[in-house]
Design a protein around this ligand. Structure first.
Ligand SMILES: Nc1ncnc2c1ncn2[C@@H]1O[C@H](COP(=O)(O)OP(=O)(O)OP(=O)(O)O)[C@@H](O)[C@H]1O
Ligand SMILES: [Mg+2]
Length: 344
């Protein structure tokens, strides 16, 4: 039942700032996200949006396209400077994980070769685990990784395996985005990273890298009571590894740890099947928009919502909201971005 009461999401006062939006195609997820981004930016929160579809533009946002022809890219080989837990060795492991996810399936042999190549790449740039000062050197890029694989292929003679690994990773090299200057992410204002021109695998690697770097940067600064920065992801599916409950999945980590470091999360999904337990449990505020009919039973179960209430959602922008501590969901009508802009 719509009561006409005004309902506001006010992350500044909530113990947990994260917002989860679920809705089928055309239900109003993007309009809701853009409305949230606009209101956050008006209240001086920093916003970083990972834009997979190219439609998260809001007024005053700084947009950075990442593509074959873009000025900026993303560098997965940047080393974490935290003396406890940082350095090239953990980074090698993380990059290996991400590549494994991006280019699945990869066999043990292929991963071992890739790991060797990554090891060489850091060694050649003089970045070594034991020497903390060396971590500050200019990080290598995927161009260096490509060369390292070339050298391994040459040394392997008749053994075609290194060549096969290089071929497999082809798009990661040919797009060039992992060898360009790193896109700047500011903690103030709204930054929109447009990944819409990339194929899905590279979107995953780029988004994964950016989110890891963001969390790490805030972690380095230590605990912070209030959330001043929000990460926005308009499609969780494109950022979840095959095993969605994996604790290393960056969205799981941000959902469960981000709050401590002042990082809030706004995520949207089209199906509850794309959501991990970490995301479900840690996003206190949940907005459910119209879902596909076959999504109603699993949504009712996972979100503890009434089926009847879910099937009564018919219009875009009309949904059910719960901020985490209420027993039941309340029907809301989201004021879309288009109605808000210009009346600041
Ligand atoms: N809050 C709203 N109030 C009124 N109309 C809305 C609202 N939200 C969305 N709409 C209408 O529904 C259309 C689809 O909305 P939107 O693009 O936000 O859906 P979506 O859930 O992101 O869909 P997709 O899964 O295809 O990306 C909009 O173009 C707009 O016309
Ligand atoms: Mg959308």
């Amino acid at each position: 039942m719509e009561t006409g009461e005004v309902v506001r999401w006010n992350p500044g006062v909530l113990a947990n700032p994260h917002l989860l939006i679920l809705g089928g195609s055309g239900a109003g997820k993007t309009q809701t996200i853009r409305a949230a981004m606009l209101e956050l930016s008006r209240r001086d929160f920093g916003v970083v949006a990972i834009d997979f579809h190219g439609d998260l533009l809001i007024e005053k946002a700084e947009s950075y396209p990442i593509s074959m022809t873009s000025e900026y890219g993303v560098n997965p080989l940047v080393v974490d400077l935290d003396p406890a837990g940082g350095g090239p060795d953990p980074q090698r492991f993380l990059v290996l994980q991400s590549l494994k996810e991006t280019f699945a399936p990869m066999g043990g042999n292929q991963l071992a070769l890739l790991d060797r190549a990554l090891g060489e790449v850091y060694k050649n740039t003089g970045i070594v685990q034991e020497d903390h000062e060396s971590w500050r050197r200019e990080p290598p890029t995927f161009r260096d990784l490509e060369s390292a694989l070339d050298r391994l292929a040459e040394a392997a003679g008749k053994d075609r395996r290194p060549e096969a690994v290089k071929t497999k990773l082809g798009p990661a090299f040919s797009y060039g985005i992992f060898s360009k200057p790193q896109v700047p992410i500011r903690e103030r204002g709204t930054t929109r990273i447009d990944l819409s021109k990339l194929p899905p695998g590279l979107q995953y690697l780029a988004a994964d890298t950016l989110c890891r770097q963001l969390l790490r940067r805030l972690q380095m600064r230590g605990s912070q009571g209030t959330h001043r920065l929000f990460l926005v992801v308009d499609e969780t599916k494109l950022m979840m590894p095959a095993r969605r409950e994996a604790p290393h999945a960056i969205l799981n980590r941000i959902a469960s740890e981000g709050r401590k470091f002042g990082l809030g999360l706004i995520v949207a999904a089209t199906s509850s099947a794309h959501l991990s337990r970490d995301i479900m449990m840690n996003c206190f505020a949940k907005l459910i928009l119209k879902t596909d009919k076959i999504e109603i039973p699993p949504t009712a179960r996972r979100f503890l919502a009434e089926r009847d209430q879910l099937s009564s959602l018919l219009e875009p922008g009309v949904g059910l909201i719960n901020f985490g501590d209420e027993e039941a969901y309340t029907v809301v009508r989201v004021r879309p971005y288009a109605a808000r802009v210009g009346d600041g």
